[in-house]
Design a protein around this ligand. Sequence first.
Ligand code: 3DU
Length: 211
Amino acid sequence: MESKIIFALDVYDYNTAMELARTVGEKVFAIKINWPVILENGIKIVRDLSKYANIICDFKLADIDNTVSMITTKVKEYGGYGIISHSFTGLNSLKAVVKSAGNMKVFSVVSMSQESYLDNITEELIKISREAGVYGLVAPGNRPYYLKKVKELSEGLKIISPGVGAQGGDIVNAMLLGSDYVIIGRSIYNSLDPLGTLEGFSSSINNKLNK
Ligand code: 3DU
């Protein structure tokens, strides 16, 4: 069965990042990287990590169309599988991401795992995201009210959800409420046995959801 877990690899050190990717890469749907790993290692690490898994760059793009296009183009050049953009910057900016992404999957943030001003405009953000043609939405796995709301309005867009594990969300609840993939970082990479912990998360989904 295809994994429902996206591993959030938020570390600085190159060797640690590569070792974690080698250990869990085959067992996850994708690895999500964020600014910590990029600031220390540069964009080339996207290509290196891609040996082990699909790489989603969580750069939370929030800028004018030209700038987000330039960033997206670079991620594509280095073999990224997907990119995460904000959507509050509006339709033009999000459309520019989708256009430059080509075959890469674009996910837009419509609700955060912590309270934010996006909570006032989540519905509009989903609408803009659909109009721009994104592949998926980022919605919180630890805030059932917002996850349900996003699911109801998503019209088939994939939902990926942070907030599970270290931030208190429960993996099974998140999947039942509509997440297609859950994003888990610290609970896995800070554990003494990252692979065992990951497998524990996977079997809790398989046990509950296949009943
Ligand atoms: O809390 P964790 O260590 O499992 O990591 C969650 C990841 O997802 C981390 O990279 C964080 O920056 C990202 N994320 C959120 O946690 C919440 C959001 O609303 C969006 C992204």
